[in-house]
Design a binder for this molecule. Structure first.
Ligand code: CAO
Length: 460
């Protein structure tokens, strides 16, 4: 056994460069070419690999030290046979003229201290064609000249990280351009990569995560943390259970489904006359006929004509449903819920009106059962009683479309010879563009508008 001194080799332009990583410690058994430290200039970082295998006796550098060619790195105990590294590419990196194996083979007596230079491996940004593991001591045996480093970093803006951090990131499949560095000059450290992966895993495990940057938003700047009380009085109100659940679902649907919203106007003048007339006739005889009930019935007719709207995506398969369970968004003091009217195709408008009134009352009382909200194939969000013109409703996954309606209003409509005051219902259909094409959505809406304009068509 012999103890040798490992020194910093000729590292070209790198003079007085900072040690940014110490990758081994006393007692470690290291292999030839294993990275010992990483140094960094203002142009690039570089790993200094071991010239021989052995056991680390003592480290002679620490984080933050400045080193140049010839600085002592470590004492290394090597076997006399010498677990030697292959000669570095180009032979340029090993100072002293002879390859490491020769030096050890020259027969250093047991216990003698032999000065030994390590061969450096430079890294200037990501080198996609050459994994860092291969680069150490082989592909990039000598440091790049400063000019080359500049050219490389000008070509692509690279995340700032040492070769070992890059290797670590590659092992974990982490795209370093998405990780924020907390080291000096925003350098990405091992801990930054670890924290990024941990945060990603935590968010993936927590579908209820709504605050901050959830899973799919990973890589964006952190959510702003503001002490609102500094600017004025505030009241902290915890979200209700329903709001937390619906927020998480809405968020997932919004980011996971490529939504498109298609708007249409329906002339509901005659339908509204019919509705109010029927309500007058049936006054005091139970549930009143609502616009929502007509909308449910009209949607069922459109869903039958355009079956891909009554479907769900299951991987690469579109599951077309032969039942028509229509959900409607109900606003409750605790948040939004979507009770479902089952088999709406087999029910009359009066029955749908009665059932939706019961479900809405149950929803407001917080008494909906899970089964009241399951199995929907299409949803309607009606803001007609409140106002508005058009909006972009969020699809209720795994459904593929949702109809939003706002308040019907009298508008002048050109009938070919004059403007007529007509009651116009603004409709907004959001659809999953993976499943439904824009033309199909326009046809769906046009059909729906025709139906609402002349409800006799619903019998066809
Ligand atoms: N245009 C004009 N007026 C309308 C209308 C429309 N599209 N829809 C309903 N109205 C009127 C009704 O005529 C009725 O007026 P009167 O009291 O004068 O008779 C009033 O609005 C209430 O209507 P309604 O009793 O039929 O109830 P509704 O269909 O408006 O609402 C329900 C039922 C459950 C849908 C509703 O209570 C609700 O919760 N809406 C909010 C839904 C929601 O939050 N959607 C957003 C989800 S996505 O963020």
């Amino acid at each position: 056994m012999a103890t040798i001194e490992v020194k910093v080799p000729d590292i070209g332009e790198f003079r007085d460069v900072e040690v940014i990583e110490v990758l081994v410690k006393p007692g470690d058994r290291i292999a030839p070419e294993q990275s010992l430290i990483t140094v960094e200039s203002d142009k690039a970082s570089m790993e200094i690999p071991a010239p021989l295998g052995g056991v680390v006796v003592a480290m002679k550098v620490a984080l933050g030290d400045k080193v140049s060619r010839g600085s002592l790195l470590m004492d290394l105990e090597v076997s006399e046979a010498g677990e030697a590294a292959p000669p570095p590419a180009g032979g340029a990196a090993v100072a002293g003229g002879s390859a490491p194996a020769d030096a050890v083979a020259a027969g250093a007596p047991a216990g003698a201290r032999v000065a030994f230079d390590a061969a450096p491996a430079a890294d200037v940004g990501e080198a996609p064609a050459v994994p860092a593991a291969d680069a150490v001591g082989r592909s990039v045996a000598a440091p790049l000249p400063a000019g080359a480093a500049d050219a490389a970093s000008d070509a692509v803006v690279q995340p700032h990280a040492s070769p070992s951090v890059r290797r670590f990131a590659r092992e974990l499949g982490v795209d370093l351009s998405r990780v924020r560095g907390s080291g000096p000059k925003q350098r990405i450290l091992h801990d930054d990569v670890r924290a990024w992966v941990k945060a990603l895993a935590a968010r993936a495990d927590d579908p209820g995560s709504t605050g901050g940057a959830p899973g799919v938003l990973a890589g964006l700047p952190p959510w702003p943390q503001v002490d609102f009380a500094k600017f004025g009085p505030v009241e902290a109100r915890p979200l209700s259970r329903i709001r937390k659940l619906s927020a998480a679902n809405l968020h997932r649907n919004w980011v996971a489904i490529p939504h498109v919203s298609q708007h249409e106007d329906a002339d509901v003048t005659d339908l509204e006359s019919l509705r109010t007339q029927l309500n007058r006739e049936n006054e005091g005889e139970g549930a009143k006929l609502t616009m929502l009930a007509f909308l449910v019935k009209a949607c069922v007719s459109a869903l039958k004509k355009f079956p891909e709207f009554n479907a769900s995506l299951d991987g690469d398969t579109l599951v077309l449903k032969r039942y028509y369970h229509v959900g409607f968004a109900a606003d409750t003091p605790n948040g939004l819920v979507v009770p479902v009217i089952r088999d709406a195709d087999r029910k009359g408008v009066l029955e749908i009106a009665r059932e939706s009134a019961e479900l809405a009352a149950k929803a407001r009382a917080g008494k909906l059962m899970p089964s009241d909200m399951q199995g929907g194939t299409f949803s309607i969000s009606s803001l007609g009683g409140i106002g508005g013109t058009y909006f972009t409703p969020i699809i209720n996954a795994p459904e593929v479309a949702i109809l939003g309606v706002c308040r019907a209003a009298r508008r002048p409509v050109w009938d070919g010879s004059s403007f007529q005051p007509r009651l116009v219902l603004p409709m907004s259909l959001s659809y999953d563009h993976r499943v439904i094409d824009g033309a199909a959505a326009a046809r769906f809406n046009a059909w729906l508008a025709q139906l609402l304009a002349d409800f006799r068509r619903a019998m066809l």
